[in-house]
Design a protein around this ligand. Sequence first.
Ligand code: HEC
Ligand code: HEC
Ligand code: HEC
Ligand code: HEC
Ligand code: HEC
Ligand code: HEC
Length: 452
Amino acid sequence: MYFFFTLVKKSYQSLEVNSTINMKQVSNRKLGRNILTISLIFILTLSGSIFAQDGDPAKGKSLFNSNCAACHKLDKKMTGPALRNIEQTLADEQGLDREWLAAWIRNSSAVIKSGDSYGQKIFDEYGGAAMTAFPQLSDEDISDILAYTAQEPEVPAQVAGAEAVGGATGADSGISNKVILGGLALLFALLAMALFLVRRTLNRFAEAKGVNLEETKRTPIWKAFAQNQFLVLVTAIFLLLASGYYVYGYMMQVGVDQGYQPVQPIHFSHKIHAGDNGIDCKFCHSSARVSKTSGIPSLNVCMNCHKSIYEVAESTATEEYSKEFYDGEIKKLYAAVGWSDEDQNYTGESQPVKWVRIHNLPDFTYFNHSQHVTVGGLECQTCHGPVETMEIMSQYSPLTMGWCIDCHRQTNVKVEDNAYYTKIHEELSKKYGVDKLTVAQMGGLECGKCHY
Ligand code: HEC
Ligand code: HEC
Ligand code: HEC
Ligand code: HEC
Ligand code: HEC
Ligand code: HEC
């Protein structure tokens, strides 16, 4: 603001000098230039601060899931407190700021040891359970996580009948976009107001100095602007760069479905099955070990258990999903396989469930599960994230070519106890003169390995 007023004052001074020698042209130019400088500075500083403060909730979500979800939920107390709106709550109720939060998240026991009274209090409240330290999280990571915790609760998935499968909710980026657009709209409104005020003030000064405004009638600002070739050039370059930036960002997103989380015909919770009840992934995705695809289990696999599990326990219900909701979903499973719970037999009237496919590589690529899971010895979670915590399945990794390649560059092939590799390994490690081979050195970057 101080800067702003100096600029106004300067314009006024130039007006003062000019009015005496009556150099209309110069005064117009200067005025135009000053106003434009003001606007540019405004746009840059304000947009800068909008982007810096507003973390990306989509990124925050995956950071939260991989780092925090083991102990925290948004809306429910677990090992640690519920974290929905934590930043706001701590600011309102305890007067603690982002700095405190960052220090806490990076190393909560250091905060407690420093004698922080709130830290001590909450630590005692949770029976002295210590939170993991996360020194590796950057300011941006923390801002992303907090942006995610500040999101409105998701409306429980509206589950349609077995045949209605559309209605993908897509990635979570919509919200942050809205915030940015809203911010920009506000910005331009402020800018327009500021310009209006500048103009009025200048007119007043001019009048007070006895300048005859009719006589010095200014060329309109846009004309002054158009006449100044330098300004036109700078603005054009600025606009070009800005639009280039957005187009590039958009293009890079095409075909990347990270976070894709469609509504499924039956609400199926991996958290309840693979997490709470500890059912092995391969019990349902049995082909992952031996074949190219993992596949979705057939409903017969479900019925191994669900002939006898016709309802969920009271304790399974959450604030978000009631017992009635879950029981209703099991009824949908019965309807789909044609199981009559009263008669305890099949009616013969079944309708297939059309699960919406989430992970999907383009047709021209080749990906093989057994090669990664059985031969490579990778955990499902390395690529699919903390599936056992997902109430609703979503795509965790970007599945781009860069993602495949990065891992192939970094991952050492597990050759121990693997007869197939003993010989190849010896030959190749001699060739590269290393102890350990990365997948890349084994040929994992050759186009033909992944492309038909
Ligand atoms: C190993 C379990 C564990 C993990 C993982 C964990 N926390 Fe915590 N967190 C806790 C516990 C327990 C508390 C309660 C205070 C205490 O006992 O230290 C807590 C407290 C907090 C608080 C203070 C909440 C309040 O109401 O004042 C915040 C904020 C927080 N955690 C954020 C995070 C974030 C962000 C992550 C992930 C980057 C995370 N925690 C990961 C266990 C965990
Ligand atoms: C009780 C059976 C069952 C178990 C156990 C299970 N899943 Fe699933 N999985 C399913 C069903 C049914 C679907 C399809 C519905 C959905 O997407 O939620 C699915 C979908 C998936 C998908 C998405 C498939 C797609 O469309 O791209 C992945 C990835 C996945 N499971 C991984 C795992 C992992 C990893 C584990 C172990 C931690 C696991 N599953 C355990 C039944 C199971
Ligand atoms: C190296 C990374 C990686 C690992 C490890 C991995 N997956 Fe996948 N998974 C993928 C990719 C990539 C796709 C998409 C495949 C496609 O579209 O052809 C996929 C797709 C799936 C699907 C969708 C159906 C299908 O077969 O295409 C399921 C279900 C699945 N994975 C489950 C699992 C399970 C269960 C495990 C562990 C036993 C596992 N995945 C381990 C990368 C991985
Ligand atoms: C190994 C046993 C087992 C298998 C196989 C199994 N379930 Fe379940 N299922 C359970 C258990 C246990 C619960 C939770 C019961 C509780 O909480 O009281 C459950 C709960 C459910 C629920 C209610 C909670 C939710 O996730 O929405 C649905 C719906 C469900 N299962 C569908 C399926 C479907 C569809 C399949 C097949 C793809 C399947 N189950 C396979 C054991 C199994
Ligand atoms: C998390 C790490 C990881 C990711 C991500 C990953 N891979 Fe792999 N990949 C491996 C490992 C480890 C091996 C070596 C397995 C072995 O021992 O043969 C491998 C081997 C391969 C091979 C065989 C290479 C050879 O020389 O025989 C192909 C093909 C392949 N991966 C394709 C893909 C594709 C396509 C993707 C992405 C969709 C992908 N991988 C993502 C870890 C990964
Ligand atoms: C480790 C596996 C892997 C290797 C090796 C690999 N690619 Fe790919 N490539 C992929 C995957 C997966 C995609 C799909 C990416 C997507 O859908 O975003 C892809 C996509 C592409 C595309 C489409 C454009 C795009 O980015 O979506 C081109 C072109 C391509 N690859 C060329 C090559 C060439 C040339 C090589 C050899 C230098 C190569 N690839 C090696 C996995 C691989």
